[in-house]
Each structure stands twice: as structure tokens, then as C-alpha cells.
Design a protein around this ligand. Structure first.
Ligand SMILES: Cc1cc2nc3c(=O)[nH]c(=O)nc-3n(C[C@H](O)[C@H](O)[C@H](O)COP(=O)(O)OP(=O)(O)OC[C@H]3O[C@@H](n4cnc5c(N)ncnc54)[C@H](O)[C@@H]3O)c2cc1C
Length: 372
């Protein structure tokens, strides 16, 4: 026998799952999040949240919780070419925040735990059936929520089982990340360009940095040894390597990929996808967290009111969420695609950086367009 008990069940308690949980619970929906790992949760990420994302986090009521943890402002983006030429632009409005995933996870959990309507079970691998009426099995009980939310990340199983996955041909990009104990030398997120790969430096506290690399397996072959991967990538950027020479390494490097994951849609009858589960293109513009937060606000505006009342309109509400979510995804994809084109022609990248160096106003405009 199935029971309803929860209005909404969310599989995955990363940022997207917690954002979704917060908007459901603050609107009086009885909500359950099932997360397979134990908090706080780490993940490969560049750890920079763009100013537009900070605005969304503010709307979600999360920023006061983040402020209890170490984080660092950044005022813009700096590109560094293979020849050491730089171009930089300040954000037109607001600043971005760099914050380690462990700290972000703790802050989000603290915020989410403040809602009595939201139950979070961690260390639990969710068992579910995806059919006409999705069911989740907990403690031998079969629960059938009004809505099942898939927030289970980049390689989402729910997306696959709900037949929402599309083939993702072409782009094969991978990422790796490590933290260093070093006072940030700049108030920018720095992007160092090379042939087929880039390095990213994000200040994440007053005494630590996130250093990440992204590469395209068709254009760059990194060391096959997992142990030597990070060091071999760093060797491609002598200037950065030199800066990090004296810094203590704070953790083991972590890698992930392939990053490009396409979806046919982000809803399916009683299922809704959010965050990376809803499709992911590439982190080159640092927008994953911002997109997930924006989707949670769309969920709140378009779907939550229907769940509060009569679910006979759920199909329309889900299709509205789908339309709007795909719109923001498409515009993110277009901009990301343009930036990604640079990796194909290193000489063009050098030239673009030279032009942006002389026209910082143009760079600033492009940043603003990117953040819509
Ligand atoms: C190299 C790299 C750099 C990036 N840099 C940035 C950046 O600078 N800025 C930015 O905004 N974004 C960045 N991103 C993207 C960002 O990390 C993601 O968009 C973001 O983590 C998405 O959150 P999520 O909650 O959808 O997924 P996740 O954070 O992956 O969370 C999914 C959760 O679901 C859980 N889960 C999975 N299956 C189950 C199951 N069956 N049962 C229970 N739980 C389950 C997992 O344990 C996990 O905790 C980067 C990504 C990469 C790879």
C-alpha cells in the first residue's frame, strides 16, 4: 500500500536539492530530502558564485547563513593568455563570492534545517520506482508524493529512468580541483588559458584558494596517472605553478567528468529535475549554482502554488517550469558555447585577450550579458 505523507520528496541534497527543499518548506509543503552522503558534502567545483547567483541566494534567504562561514568576495574576472597578457573586468553590479563546497554545504544545511516542514535524511541511498506514480521506499514503507524532484547531480539516475536523458555527443570536458593555503593575490577569479585546457583560481577565504583545471580530451591528453594528474596540469601554467610553489596543499585533488549532460526535458508527469540533474553544459562561466538557485525560484513561483492547493493543474505548472527553465538554460548554453569556442583556437584566444585588455568596457558588457 502506498502512502502520501510528504507533498514533495527530493532525491539528492546538494545545493539544488536543498534550494528546492527550502522553497517547498517555506511554503508549508511537507518535504523530505534523501541524500546518500553524510554532511557536509564536498564536490569538484570552482567554488565561485556569480553576482546574479548571490542575488538568487538572497531571495532564498541563504546569504546570512553563508556569512557565518569563511568566504571571499571577488569583484570580476581576469583572463590571462599563454603569453601572460591579461584582460580584466569588474562586475557592473555586486560582487561574486568564493566559498569552499564544504562550507557552502554546511551553510545550506543549516538554512534548510531551520524549516520544521523539511526533513533531511542523510547517508541514505534513495530507493524509488519511476512509473506513472513515482514511489519512494523508506523503512519498508512505500511513499507516493505529489511531486518527486530529481536533484541527484551530473550523472542523474532519475533523469535516465524517467527517460529525460538525451545523448550528449561531442564535447568531452573533465575537471579537477585542489585547495591551497595562500592569501589571495587578487580580487578576481583568474582564468589562465592554454591549448585545450584552462586553469581557474578562485579566492575562497582570506587565506585559501581553489585551483581548478578544465580540459577537453580531444584537445589535451593529461597524465594518465590519477596521482600525477593535478601536478601535470599545473606544469602547463608556469606562472601559476610559481605562485603556488610555497603554498601548503590543503586537500587531495578531486576530479570529475565528462561534464556535458543533455536532457530532452526537465519534467515528466510527476517528476521535476533541478540543478545538474536538469542538464549541464560546462562550468567555464561559473554558473551551476546560480542556475540551480534560479530554478528553485521558478519552482516556487510556478509549481509550489499548485502543490499547495489542487494538483489537477500540476501538468500545466510543470510545463511552465519546463519552459522557463529551458529558456534560462538555453541562454546560459549560448554564452558558454561562445566562450568555449576560444579553446579551439589558442591564437584567437591570445588575440581576444589582447583586445579585451584595451577595451575593459567591452569585457564588462560581455560579463553582464552572460549574467543576463
Ligand atoms: C570542475 C567544475 C567547476 C565548477 N565550477 C563552478 C563554479 O565556479 N561556480 C558554480 O556556480 N558552479 C560551478 N560548477 C558547477 C556546480 O558544481 C554544480 O552546478 C552544482 O554542484 C550543482 O548542484 P547539484 O545539487 O545539482 O548537484 P550535486 O552538487 O552534484 O549534488 C547532487 C547530490 O545528489 C546526491 N545523490 C545522487 N544520487 C543519489 C541517490 N540515489 N540518493 C540520494 N542522494 C543522491 C549526491 O550525493 C549529491 O550530494 C563546477 C562544476 C565542475 C565540475
Amino acid at each position: 500500500m502506498t502512502e502520501q505523507y510528504y507533498d514533495v520528496i527530493i532525491i539528492g541534497g546538494g545545493p539544488a536539492g536543498l534550494f528546492a527543499g527550502i522553497v517547498c518548506a517555506r511554503n508549508d509543503l511537507k518535504t523530505l530530502i534523501l541524500e546518500k552522503k553524510v554532511y557536509p558534502i564536498d564536490k569538484v567545483c570552482g567554488e565561485g558564485i556569480m553576482p546574479s547567483g548571490i542575488e538568487y541566494l538572497r531571495e532564498l534567504g541563504i546569504t546570512p547563513f553563508i556569512k557565518k562561514y569563511p568566504y571571499h568576495h571577488f569583484k570580476g574576472i581576469r583572463y590571462i593568455s599563454r603569453k601572460g597578457k591579461t584582460a580584466e573586468a569588474n562586475f557592473k553590479k555586486g560582487s561574486g563570492w568564493g566559498i569552499q563546497r564544504i562550507a557552502l554545504s554546511s551553510a545550506l544545511l543549516e538554512c534548510a534545517s531551520s524549516f520544521p516542514n523539511l526533513e533531511i535524511q542523510s547517508g541514505v541511498l534513495a530507493k524509488y520506482n519511476i512509473g506513472e506514480n513515482p514511489e519512494v521506499i523508506i523503512n519498508n514503507k512505500t511513499l507516493s508524493p505529489k511531486l518527486l524532484i530529481g536533484a541527484d547531480g551530473l550523472h542523474s539516475r532519475i533523469r535516465k529512468l524517467a527517460n529525460l536523458e538525451a545523448p550528449s555527443p561531442g564535447l568531452k570536458r573533465f575537471g579537477v580541483r585542489q585547495h591551497f593555503k595562500l592569501e589571495p593575490w587578487s580580487l578576481f577569479v583568474e582564468i589562465y588559458w592554454s591549448s585545450g585546457l584552462e586553469a581557474y583560481v578562485t579566492p575562497v577565504s582570506s587565506s585559501s584558494l581553489n585551483v581548478s583545471f578544465l580540459w577537453d580530451t580531444k584537445l589535451y591528453k593529461p597524465s594518465p596517472s590519477r596521482k600525477k594528474l593535478f601536478a601535470s596540469l599545473l606544469e602547463e601554467f608556469p606562472e601559476l605553478q610559481d605562485r603556488l610553489k610555497k603554498a601548503d596543499v590543503l586537500d587531495e585533488s578531486k576530479a570529475t567528468g565528462p561534464l556535458y549532460q543533455k536532457t530532452k526535458d526537465v519534467v515528466n508527469e510527476k517528476i521535476l529535475l533541478i540543478g545538474d540533474a536538469a542538464g549541464f553544459f560546462d562550468p567555464i562561466t561559473g554558473e551551476g549554482i546560480s542556475l540551480a538557485a534560479k530554478q528553485a525560484l521558478l519552482l516556487e513561483k510556478n509549481v509550489v502554488p499548485v502543490l499547495q492547493k489542487n494538483t489537477s493543474n500540476l501538468e500545466n505548472a510543470l510545463s511552465e517550469y519546463s519552459k522557463k527553465s529551458l529558456n534560462i538554460y538555453r541562454s546560459y548554453q549560448t554564452m558558454t558555447h561562445l566562450v568555449l569556442l576560444l579553446r579551439l583556437w589558442p591564437k584567437l584566444t591570445d588575440l581576444v585577450i589582447q583586445v579585451l585588455h584595451y577595451f575593459p568596457g567591452l569585457f564588462q558588457k560581455l560579463l553582464s550579458v552572460n549574467m543576463r
